[in-house]
Design a protein around this ligand. Structure first.
Ligand code: UDP
Ligand code: MG
Length: 318
């Protein structure tokens, strides 16, 4: 029996590259005659003609399956849906913009045959990216790797090939705040990294602004580390200690030298700093509380509006 590889692809307003992506993967799939392929496209509530294009592909190629969301739920939701719908013995996740070169697939498949559970890819350079963004990305990876027990590989892409066993482990994690890079690493298993050089988007535009990335980074840290809470507590303790020492010093000073009412500016500085620190600590706690709040609601990560099965059923009836 030939093994089946599922290609899971989140798509959000990707009408421009969808066709190119499909052609490219089909070309690579033809070279890999030893396996069967299926596509699992996830239309993440696109407002352009992405869904129509997917329907077209599904009609002409029975290997193409798709799931279409009722609105935009974000890439993390799309990835989960894709993994859940995929039937393959192996599952690959990749972006539709051809920044994850499909030509790596044969090498990835060969590697996983050597006894790995997962083959991940990482970019070794960050060309075509604003320098300031690369700078913050580096800081983020340094920070999160210090703060979390989970290892996050710098430059790792969401382009990987996994065994069924690993996919099932990921699906079993039902959390609402999904930070996939962390989840992949959390489940463990033997992962081999393949390196490649950065490729520019084939067409269309990135969906990530600097601000969105910043918020995403904070989410990543909150999802996989509670160190910020410890830092808040330690800072609080430290300042209590300093205050205690100062009180002693001031009492002694007043008793010895009498009270001259000076030192107003420094007082304001201390007040401002303490106020700032308290707000910061509250903010940190608030972040975690908010996550817990969302998590306890147990809302679905995505809602499906239609799938290729709906389409195929309709075709049969008419
Ligand atoms: N994507 C998605 N939902 C979103 C945003 C993005 O499914 O809300 C998909 C998008 O279609 C693409 C992938 O996630 O296949 C990566 O997006 P993009 O290329 O914009 O990110 P970048 O490569 O710039 O990090
Ligand atoms: Mg991209």
């Amino acid at each position: 029996m030939k093994k089946l590889i599922s290609i899971v692809v989140p798509c959000y307003n990707e009408e421009e590259v969808l066709g190119k992506f499909y052609d490219e993967v089909v070309r690579v799939a033809r070279e890999m005659a030893e396996v069967n392929f299926e596509f699992v496209f996830v239309d993440d509530g696109s407002s352009d003609s992405t869904l129509a294009k997917l329907e077209g592909l599904a009609e002409q190629d029975e290997r193409v399956r798709f799931v279409s969301f009722s609105r935009n739920f974000g890439k993390e939701g799309a990835l989960l849906a894709g993994l859940e719908y995929a039937k393959g013995d192996y599952v690959a996740t990749m972006d539709v913009d051809l920044q994850d070169p499909p030509s790596l697939l044969p090498e990835m498949y060969a590697t996983i045959q050597e006894g790995y559970d997962c083959v991940g890819t990482r970019r070794v350079n960050r060309d075509g990216e604003p320098p300031i963004r690369s700078f913050f990305a580096r800081i983020f990876y340094k920070l999160i790797n210090k703060m979390s027990k989970i290892e996050m590989v710098d430059g790792a892409r969401d382009y990987r090939l996994m065994t069924r066993q690993m996919v099932d482990a990921i699906i079993a994690m039902r959390e609402y705040n999904r930070y996939s890079k962390g989840l992949f690493s959390f489940v463990g298993f033997k992962t081999k990294w393949i390196e490649f050089r950065h490729v520019d988007r084939a067409a269309g535009e990135t969906h990530w602004s600097f601000w969105k990335l910043f918020v995403y980074a904070i989410e990543g840290i909150c999802a996989f580390s509670t160190v910020p809470l410890v830092i808040a507590a330690v800072l609080g303790l430290l300042f209590c200690f300093i205050a205690f020492v100062m009180i002693v010093v001031i009492i002694v000073k007043t008793l010895v030298f009498g009270d001259a009412a000076s030192g107003w500016p420094s007082l304001i500085c201390v007040v401002l700093m303490m106020g700032g620190l308290q707000l910061l600590a509250l903010g940190v706690i608030g972040q975690y509380l908010a996550k817990t709040y969302l998590e306890t609601k147990r809302r679905p990560v995505y809602i499906v509006r239609m799938t290729d099965e709906d389409l195929r059923r309709k075709d049969k009836k008419s």
